[in-house]
Design a protein around this ligand. Structure first.
Ligand SMILES: Nc1ncnc2c1ncn2[C@@H]1O[C@H](COP(=O)(O)OP(=O)(O)OP(=O)(O)O)[C@@H](O)[C@H]1O
Length: 229
């Protein structure tokens, strides 16, 4: 599903690579934690998957497509098939829960009838039934992140990228967030989550890929977080 072959990324005006000869394969349906100290290259990895950045060397395949051969006008199509969740939720503040989730389908031209059917299903999947008419400011951080996950998942993406999704959420609430990500993963969606949250990684026992100075220093199935950063 995601294939990096000897990928190196050096940002302009930087002499140290953000990613340095990285090779990794993530299969369809896997759940992978990307861990490593600040600046080790986790976000760069996620941005390369989305083709928000291009590598200087090496090749990247996502869902069988060589990203270097993907023309610019096909990039939105790729991104439509990849859901994203961030530390800071990024909800539309003037839309309620239902509208935030529905908006993700409206912008890609899905019919109203379809939207009315699937949005309530996904709101229930993330555990927000009964809160569809709340505004983001009327929700806790954990609930806002559930809305963000519903929005990322409502189009049934093949991949879900999560960049520090529990970074702004207390530990007890984070467990609920991880249960939702696990539920999404069980539908067959490949999940790649960058995190500093050792307790979460240790409790989930999923594959752990560890980066340090842009290099993969560990790739372990059913792994733990490792050393404290
Ligand atoms: N747009 C950019 N321009 C220049 N350098 C960048 C840019 N984005 C990231 N970098 C550099 O690339 C390296 C990797 O950064 P990246 O954001 O991928 O790390 P990270 O592991 O996600 O860190 P964090 O955990 O703090 O989010 C760092 O040295 C960073 O300063």
């Amino acid at each position: 599903m995601i294939h990096f072959d000897n990928v190196t990324k050096v940002y302009a005006n930087q002499n140290r690579p953000a990613l340095d000869h990285v090779s990794v394969d993530v299969d369809k349906g896997e759940f992978v934690f990307l861990v490593g100290p600040s600046g080790s290259g986790k976000s760069t990895f996620l941005r390369l998957v989305l083709k928000e950045e291009r590598p200087n060397n090496g090749s990247i395949h996502v869902a069988g497509k060589d990203l270097s051969k993907l023309s610019n006008f096909k990039v939105p199509h790729l991104r439509r098939r990849i859901g994203c969740v961030f530390q800071d939720f990024r909800l539309l503040p003037n839309k309620n829960v239902y509208e935030n989730v529905a908006f993700a389908l409206e912008v890609i031209g899905k019919p109203r009838r379809f939207i009315r059917k699937v949005v309530p299903e996904v709101i229930e999947l993330v555990g927000l039934e009964g809160k569809a008419h709340r505004m983001p400011e009327e929700l806790s951080g954990g609930e806002q992140q559930r809305v963000a996950m519903a929005r990322a998942f409502v189009n049934r993406p093949m991949i879900l990228l999560a960049d520090e999704p529990t970074g702004n959420i207390d530990p007890a609430t984070s467990i609920g967030i991880m249960k939702v990500l696990d539920r999404i993963n069980r539908t067959g969606t490949t999940v790649l989550m960058a995190t500093h949250d050792a307790a979460i990684v240790d409790s989930m026992r999923k594959r752990v890929v560890e980066l340090e100075d842009g290099k993969i220093v560990r790739d372990q199935s059913r792994g733990v977080y490792g050393q404290a950063y």
